[in-house]
Design a protein around this ligand. Structure first.
Ligand code: TNX
Length: 531
């Protein structure tokens, strides 16, 4: 690469040739002072203490140092280097920690403020170094995602950029309000490939999302390989499946493991969902014996819900369910297995109870903790069962009773957190049965004050579901998730005291240059001052 003469150098040469002395400071506009502040981060950090003297500049000699002996920390260090190298063009070697005069980014386990807990971190930025301290690799990873947002947006470019890579000085102490911050992707209505899922995971991880719930089965398609029932995928997930027959495909077990590993490397835990006893037409149209009358119904590619039910009083049903739970549990390292349970309108209340009382112990038998949509609270499930609230109202007696008994709740109110709802009547994609959800609607609610009797103590966290009836491509996914996903991520992570729409929309607007560089196809909401 040819080095172009800088203006300073040209002026210095001119000064030698001229009889008069030039002022020591050439009349060149100084690079603008960093306008980013420590608090310009989504989700908003718990505590920021800026120190204007401490600006750190990432340079060609910067090294990344990680806690010795921790492969987890070393891995986070390499991920950070991989993130920072393309745009900076710097080597950023990852080395074990020891005293060094070199400018450095240090990733250390231990020594952080006691408040950071298991998922948080402390970030210190001085002129000489950036130090991220945490108790876990997950905490270090969260800290690196904050650091990424504190660098100029150009850091997201895939090719070398000419800019000054400053990080504003000071200290951040940060930790999540809720342990669970989820996103859900529906693979059943339209299948999404491993590449699409992992691309989505990469975006989620930037906003400290730590659970990815995969809706793997529904009336229109079955998307996960089950060896003991092989036609579930080849037929139930085969050609012609999905809404309008336009979403065929399925994950092999190897695909699923690849997704799980990609997520785990970003400290995201995958939760598989097998929806039952309703939403089962794909299985029942594939295997006639799963129907009470022994007759396979035709495959369905429409968007109706609530018409299918497994046969509650047939032992074969439970052999099927146990096979599926066993095989899915075996490829799922995370603690949760979601058994759906929503909209079982073709199952009587009594049969629903019978079914759940047989199936919940099967989840436990294979070492998993069951979660289900909030209908599952109708059967008074054991208190380790997690209920996911998807209603639009502010009262739900079964849910409140379950919360009082000790069941934890994940909040996904459909009129706030559903990413498949249209932004407004003109949105090309999505549905509108629950609400139109503009960015402010997605942001302005409190998970612990949404449903009467389900307060802070009962809430495990929040989740933003993305149903795929109308979504086919990754662009479609991005358009519905951005910018609302970061709003839900902030509700899950940040304290209520920092909740402020004006602050949020300004910080959100500043994300746009990053999304453009990442080629995220976001919805340019008129509510947000995009930069
Ligand atoms: C309701 S939410 C459903 C899904 C649909 C979704 C579309 C829930 C538990 N069930 O089957 O895909 O609405 O918004």
């Amino acid at each position: 690469m040819r080095r172009r003469p800088t203006l300073t150098r040209l002026l210095a040469t001119a000064a030698l040739a001229l009889p008069i002395a030039l002022p020591a400071t050439p009349a060149v506009a100084a690079p603008p002072a960093p306008i980013r502040q420590l608090s310009d981060v989504i989700p908003a950090p718990v505590e920021t203490r800026p120190d204007a003297r401490g600006t750190f500049t990432l340079g060609p000699r910067t090294v990344i140092r990680t806690a010795p002996g921790s492969t987890d920390a070393w891995r986070v260090g390499h991920q950070l280097a991989d993130t920072l190298r393309p745009a900076t063009g710097y080597p950023l070697p990852v080395l074990p920690v020891h005293a060094t005069p070199l400018p450095e980014i240090a990733l250390l386990l231990g020594g952080a403020d006691a408040r950071v807990g298991q998922q948080g971190y402390q970030l210190d930025v001085t002129h000489r170094r950036v130090t991220i301290r945490a108790n876990t690799a997950a905490g270090l990873f969260a800290g690196t995602q904050t650091l990424r947002q504190l660098l100029p947006a150009a850091i997201e470019a895939a090719h070398r950029q000419r800019t000054t890579w400053t990080v504003p000085g000071g200290r951040i102490i940060d930790h999540p309000r809720f342990a669970y911050r989820g996103a859900m992707l529906d693979l059943a209505r339209h299948f999404h490939t491993v590449d699409e899922i992992t691309a989505y995971i990469d975006l989620l991880s930037q906003y400290k999302i730590n659970y990815l719930h995969l809706h793997l089965t529904d009336d229109q398609g079955w998307r996960i390989q089950i060896d003991s029932w092989p036609k579930l995928t080849t037929v139930g997930g085969g050609p012609g499946t999905g809404v309008d027959g336009a979403g065929p495909g399925y994950l092999t077990k190897a695909d699923y493991r690849a997704v799980v590993a990609h997520a785990a490397a970003r400290h995201i835990t995958v939760i598989p969902e097998i929806d039952m006893p309703g939403h089962t037409n794909a299985a029942q149209s594939t295997y006639a014996e799963l129907n009470c009358d022994g007759v396979a119904p035709p495959p369905r590619t429409d968007m109706a819900v609530g018409y299918s039910s497994l046969c509650i009083h047939d032992e074969l049903t439970y052999r099927f369910v146990e096979d599926v739970i066993r095989e899915v549990a075996a490829i799922t390292p995370g603690p949760f297995l979601h058994i759906g349970g929503d909209e079982a309108h073709a199952t009587t209340d009594e049969d629903y109870r019978t079914f759940m009382q047989r199936v919940l112990p099967l989840v436990a038998k294979y070492g998993k903790r069951a979660s289900g949509w909030n209908e599952i609270t109708q059967v008074d499930p054991p208190t380790d069962v997690v209920a996911q609230y998807w209603g639009t109202g502010t009262t739900n007696a079964d849910l409140a009773e379950a919360a009082a008994r000790g069941n934890k709740v994940v909040m996904s109110p459909a009129n706030k957190a559903y990413l498949d709802m249209k932004y407004d009547p003109t949105t090309r994609l999505g549905l509108s049965w629950a609400a139109y959800i503009e960015v402010r609607d997605a942001y302005d609610w409190n998970p612990a004050q949404r449903v009467t009797g389900v307060g802070e103590q009962a809430i495990l966290g929040v989740e933003a579901p993305l149903w795929s009836e109308t979504l086919r491509t990754l662009d479609d996914i991005e358009y519905m998730a951005f910018p609302r996903l970061p709003a839900i991520a902030e509700l899950g992570w940040s304290t209520t005291t920092s909740h402020d729409w004006e602050s949020f929309r300004t910080r959100l607007g500043a994300q746009a240059p990053r999304w453009r560089l990442q080629q995220v196809d976001f919805y340019p909401s008129p509510q947000v001052p995009w930069t």
